[in-house]
Structure formats: structure tokens, C-alpha cells
Design a binder for this molecule. Structure first.
Ligand code: ASP
Length: 512
């Protein structure tokens, strides 16, 4: 009992009414002070998160107000001006991705002994696989039960040719494997392989073209997107090699550790721009939308199906898996992820959120060797939200087109949706691009993605949030399972963020 409580007890004993009044006042003052102190502490600890949430909400409101009160649709140029501060924020985060990702993975793997890296890798991969399969199955069950597309009409507008992408599922899968093995690391930082099909001249443009796609000529091109998958693979292999070198590699491991920590320091600066960044990104995005009317009707039902799936997966399936593995519920951890989740929502990019994800996991006291293994790899290949969405969207379009789904096709959709989520880059609406592969499995043409485009920008934000949340819970789960094997952790947070007396608390908290 505190100071004020003790005063209260002694005053009550005197029995005088004046004394009682003083007591009541003192007690109320005491409660008020304590409440004020608690509120101040809460605000202090969560100021950035609160500001970022305010940024998202205020950005949406600003977007809606600007749409309605500035007379008509904004031009692309004006929208670009509005998005500009957000674009700068995104650029800052993106600049951190390659140095942070490579140095973190190399140092994390190089500083563990091989058998331990193997254990962590197996745990992580089991987690990624289990959660992605659960997400796809959940999506399939929901879309088959809710049937959002049954009775709807597919898009018959004239934009189809603009959307059309001629690709073969086998090419997409082979590109995925090609990108795992980049021939040139410098090139991998700026480009990745993509197979292009060359349309035979004077072939009709509709998808019932006489020459099947398999007979078209093809060529391998390099697209201007970082090959994150290739960089992660190289970093893992390089880390293992450094681990094998032992003492002789120490200087290199220290070098990569220093780079990784320097990136984390820069992240802790950039993160303060996130409220403003997401404010402008969200406001500009709301301005770009053609119409909100899409959110009613069949497309609205599809939207609700995906959203329901993401919520059930994020708070149901993941919690159950987490509980089975650790015997604790994850809600306490999820509550501390708010900054990461709001940033994922605001940027719609798991890769851009990665520096903030790693920083938050450091603050939660996880062993940095686990965080720096699970988070970068997870941000690249583990996308549960995307996998669930790919399955729901493909079946939704099949329902719109009244296509019967055999058991074989259902299984094929599950497999390709998983592959499509692995292949999707951690950037905005990457899932829409790999969707072509899933549509192909159901026997639908690529331009049918037009049926879901209107709401994709918003769904993308929700699925990115779940993608990132799944990585964070994975890191925590692997950390809990690896306690005792890793030895005493000296976290990057210890060195970068914490004062000496906080280090003890951090270490203590992390093992609770
Ligand atoms: N935007 C998602 C991410 O970065 C990928 C997607 O589903 O489009 O995680």
C-alpha cells in the first residue's frame, strides 16, 4: 500500500468528520496523481505508436475530405505532391533494407555454431510452413462456405487488355528458383530474373489465341526489383562459411555486426518520421481510389471474407500454434507490436517495415541471433496473409465465372497460393502480380485480376499487417524454444538502446 493509503487508515481511526473530509481529499488527490503518473508513463512509452495510429486515421479522414470538398478527382501529379513526404519516408526505410538484411543474416548465422543454426533454421521453416498451410486452408474453407462470388457478374469492361499479363505457371516457378541463385550479387541488389513471353506477330489479342502460350517464344529479362530472395540465400551460405572459418572470421563477423547495429541506430531515427509518413501515404492512397461503392455487393463480400480470414488467422490459428509450441498465449506480445503493425499497415510493405520489426523485437529482449535469422527470412518468404488472400481471390473469381471446382483443382490452388506467397516480394500489391499463377491453375486468364483490383490496395494493407505479425510471433516462438541452447544473449538492444541498468531488466524480461 502506498503513502496515501497509509494516511487514510490512520485518519479514519480519529473518527472526526473534518479529518474524514481531508482523508477523502487526500485519497482522491493520491488516486488522481497516481492516475496522472500512469497516464504519463503510458503516453511516454507509447507516444510514437499513438502518433502513428493518429497518422493513419487522420490520413484517411484527410483523403476523404479532400476527395469530397475539392471538386472532383485529383490528377496523378497532385496526388504525387500529396504523397511526397510519405514517399521520402518509404525511401529512407528502403535504403536500410539491403545493408540491414545482409549484415544481420550473415552475423546471426556466422556467430552461431552450425548445429544450433540448423536447429533454429528447422524451427523457423517448420513454423513458416505450418502457418502458411493453415492460412491457405482457412482461406479455402471461408471462401467455399461464404461463397462471395456465387451469383455475381464478372467484369465486362474494356480495360482487360491493359491488365493482361502473359505468363505460364511453370515459368513463374522456375523464375522463383532462378532468383534463389543470383549469378551476380551486385545485380541482385537492383534486379531479378523474369521470363517474358513474346507474342507471335498478328496473333489475335484475346485469350483464346490460336497459338497456346507454351509455343510462344520466350526470353529471360531482368526486372528492376531487388532480388531479396537471392540476397538472403547468399547471406545464409556466407554466414555458414564464416561460422566454419572460426576465429579467422571474427573480424568479418564484427564488421557485419557493426553494420547491422549502425542500421538499427538509423532505424531508431527514421522511425520518428513514421506518423507523418503514413499520414501522407494513406491520404494520397484514399484520393486515388475510384469509388467506395465497390465495397458493397459481391466485391464487398469478398473483402469481408479475406478480412475475416486474416483476423481468424492472426488471432486464432497463430495463437493456437504459438500456444502449442510455447504453452503461453501470444496476446501480451501482440500488444507490444502495435508500432510494427501500424507501420506495416501504413506502408503496405513487409520489407520496408523490416528495420522497425527488428528494432521492436530487440526491444522485446529477443536474442538478436534469432531475430536476425527469423525476421529477414520471414519478411521475404513467409507471407500468410498473402497466401490466404491468393486462395480466396482465385476461388472468388472462379465463382464469379461459374467455374466448377474439382478436388484436384482445390488442392492445386492451395499449392500455387503457397508458392505465390513465397514468390511475392515484400512490396505493395506484389500479391496481385503473383496471383496470375493461381488464376492459371483454376484455368482463368490473367486479366481476370481486374475483378478484385478496386479493393486490393486496402486488403494489401491488412494482409501485410498479418504477414509481419506472423514473422514477429515466429521470432518470439523460436526464441522461446531456443532458450537454454543459445547461451547468454548480448542483445543489440542492450548496446544500442538501453542504459546499463536497463540491460539487466531487458535480459530478465526476455526470459519471462
Ligand atoms: N504487400 C505485401 C507485403 O509486403 C505483399 C502482398 O501481399 O502484396 O507483405
Amino acid at each position: 500500500m502506498g503513502k496515501y493509503g497509509a494516511e487514510c487508515d490512520s485518519d479514519t481511526d480519529t473518527g472526526g468528520s473534518g479529518a474524514k473530509r481531508t482523508d477523502r481529499l487526500g485519497n482522491e488527490n493520491g488516486k488522481g496523481n497516481r492516475f496522472a503518473a500512469m497516464a504519463k508513463g503510458f503516453l511516454g512509452r507509447n507516444l510514437l505508436t499513438i502518433l502513428t495510429v493518429v497518422g493513419v486515421v487522420a490520413g484517411s479522414i484527410t483523403g476523404v475530405l479532400l476527395r469530397n470538398f475539392t471538386g472532383g478527382k485529383w490528377s496523378d501529379r497532385d496526388t504525387m505532391y500529396l504523397a511526397f513526404p510519405g514517399e521520402i519516408f518509404l525511401r529512407m526505410l528502403k535504403a536500410l533494407i539491403i545493408p540491414l538484411l545482409m549484415s544481420s543474416v550473415i552475423h546471426a548465422i556466422g556467430s552461431l555454431d552450425l548445429s544450433l543454426s540448423k536447429k533454429i533454421a528447422i524451427r523457423s521453416i517448420l513454423y513458416y510452413t505450418a502457418t502458411t498451410i493453415c492460412a491457405v486452408i482457412l482461406g479455402m474453407i471461408l471462401v467455399v462456405v461464404i461463397r462471395p462470388g456465387v451469383g455475381g457478374t464478372p467484369w465486362t469492361g474494356d480495360k482487360k487488355e491493359e491488365i493482361r499479363r502473359d505468363v505460364l505457371t511453370q515459368d513463374t516457378l522456375l523464375d522463383l528458383i532462378r532468383n534463389v541463385f543470383p549469378p551476380n550479387l551486385v545485380q541482385a541488389c537492383v534486379a531479378q530474373s523474369q521470363t517474358f513471353l513474346i507474342k507471335p506477330s498478328n496473333s489475335p489479342t484475346n485469350y483464346s489465341a490460336p497459338k497456346p502460350l507454351e509455343e510462344w517464344k520466350f526470353e529471360e529479362r531482368y526486372e528492376n526489383t531487388t532480388n531479396v530472395l537471392g540476397l538472403v540465400t547468399f547471406s545464409i551460405i556466407f554466414g555458414i562459411a564464416l561460422g566454419k572459418l572460426g576465429e579467422r572470421a571474427k573480424v568479418l563477423l564484427d564488421f557485419f555486426e557493426a553494420i547491422s547495429e549502425a542500421m538499427m541506430i538509423i532505424t531508431s531515427w527514421v522511425i520518428w518520421i513514421s506518423p507523418l509518413g503514413v499520414y501522407f501515404l494513406v491520404a494520397a492512397k484514399v484520393l486515388e481510389i475510384d469509388s467506395f461503392a465497390d465495397l458493397v455487393g459481391r466485391l464487398g463480400l469478398y473483402f469481408v471474407t479475406v478480412l475475416l480470414g486474416l483476423t481468424l488467422h492472426g488471432f486464432g490459428t497463430l495463437s493456437v500454434l504459438y500456444f502449442i509450441a510455447t504453452r503461453t498465449l501470444p496476446f501480451g506480445v501482440i500488444a507490444q507490436l502495435s508500432q510494427v503493425l501500424v507501420t506495416a499497415f501504413g506502408t503496405a510493405s513487409s520489407s520496408a517495415t523490416m528495420p522497425i520489426t527488428i528494432q521492436t523485437m530487440d526491444k522485446l529482449g529477443l536474442d538478436p541471433r534469432v531475430t536476425r535469422f527469423v525476421i529477414p527470412i520471414g519478411a521475404t518468404i513467409n507471407m500468410d496473409g498473402t497466401a490466404l488472400y491468393e486462395a480466396v481471390a482465385a476461388i472468388f473469381i472462379a465463382q464469379l465465372r461459374n467455374l466448377p471446382l474439382t478436388f484436384g483443382k482445390t488442392v492445386a490452388v492451395c499449392v500455387t497460393a503457397t508458392a505465390a506467397s513465397i514468390g511475392a516480394a515484400g512490396i505493395p500489391q506484389a500479391g496481385l502480380v503473383t496471383m496470375v499463377m493461381v488464376l492459371d491453375t483454376v484455368g482463368l486468364p490473367s486479366e481476370d485480376v481486374i475483378n478484385i483490383i478496386a479493393v486490393d490496395w486496402l486488403l494489401d494493407r491488412f494482409r501485410t499487417t498479418i504477414n509481419v505479425m506472423c514473422d514477429c510471433l515466429g521470432a518470439k516462438l523460436v526464441d522461446v524454444l531456443s532458450v537454454g541452447e543459445l547461451g547468454e544473449p548480448i542483445t543489440a538492444a542492450d548496446r544500442v538502446n538501453a542504459e546499463p541498468q536497463e540491460l539487466v531488466e531487458l535480459k530478465h524480461d526476455s526470459r519471462m
